[in-house]
Design a protein around this ligand. Structure first.
Ligand SMILES: C[S@@+](CC[C@H](N)C(=O)[O-])C[C@H]1O[C@@H](n2cnc3c(N)ncnc32)[C@H](O)[C@@H]1O
Length: 263
């Protein structure tokens, strides 16, 4: 099937910039600097302490400010200029030694083998709508990490019941397109892949990609990462801290802790 990329592009980078720059979401990512469920446990246990860290998709610097003391050097980048401005102002006001830059996770402009650790927190990688770009992002992170460096990120899980109604709508959309004369229900889903959903903020509608954890594990391996830990925040907060096959069924964040290996 030939995919016309144009409609989904409209929900892509430009929209992400607007989506996070307004309303409750903007306030959420700039004002409240506290850990989300499971984050503290994962970051404390798996990052390389006192090394260098790149916080990709750092937003207003929530995670960057929370963990900066564990690293000798820390840089935060985000594609959203408004959020980076806010992070920069906070850093200036509080005199915290962090560098913030506007940057795209799909095209990282750092030297190869530069960072000990990379973070893409709070499911941010799912804002990258095309699979090819998400894979490019993994390759870019691989490049800038040192040998044996640690990359931690989280995603939602396609296997969560939360998204069932979207999957059903997408399946109805596929079905009605296959049978001539049937009305094309959910036409807006025409260009979305299974796992893509819509989210709204302050009048903006944005597409978002919910991850199939099994596919993600396959892509990580292809990109040269070894998965050393996987768990979801509900299990961690219940004290179930070991990786398990149930880890991929979380309704909020599934954490992936990976290590750069030789390809
Ligand atoms: C869910 S927010 C999380 C923000 C921050 N990490 C936090 O946890 O508070 C996702 C962030 O990823 C950023 N983002 C999405 N796509 C990006 C890309 N291609 N390059 C850099 N940042 C991106 C968004 O602008 C947004 O700030």
């Amino acid at each position: 099937m030939k995919l016309d990329a144009k409609p989904i592009k409209e929900y892509s980078t430009e929209v992400i910039k607007n989506f996070y720059s307004k309303g409750e979401i903007y306030k959420d990512y700039t004002n409240k600097h506290s850990f989300r469920s499971g984050e503290q446990f994962v970051y404390n246990n798996f990052f390389i302490k006192k090394g260098s860290l790149l916080d990709v998709g750092c937003g207003g610097g929530r995670t960057t400010f929370l963990i900066h003391q564990n690293f000798n050097k820390i840089i935060g980048i985000d594609i959203n200029e408004t959020l980076i401005k806010s992070a920069y102002e906070t850093k200036q006001n509080e005199k915290i030694p962090i560098d913030f830059f506007v940057g795209d996770a799909v095209n990282l402009s750092f030297c190869n083998n530069y960072f000990d650790s990379v973070l893409f927190s709070y499911n941010g990688i799912e804002g990258i709508l095309f699979q090819s770009d998400r894979f490019k992002c993994l390759n870019e992170i691989y490049k800038v990490l040192k040998k044996n460096g640690i990359f931690i990120f989280s995603t939602h899980s396609l296997f969560s019941w939360t998204y069932v109604s979207f999957h059903i709508k997408k399946l109805i959309n596929l079905f009605t397109k296959m049978i001539p004369l049937l009305p094309n229900l959910y036409k807006e889903f025409d260009h979305l892949k299974l796992g893509d959903i819509f989210v709204k903020n302050a009048g903006f509608k944005m597409a978002w990609h919910i991850t199939n954890p099994i596919m993600m594990i396959i892509y990580l391996k292809k990109a040269g990462f070894k998965l050393i830990y996987i768990n979801n925040c509900e299990r961690i907060s219940r004290g179930l801290i070991k990786s398990s096959c149930f880890s991929i069924f979380g309704t909020q964040s599934v954490f992936y802790v990976t290590q750069k290996t030789d390809k």
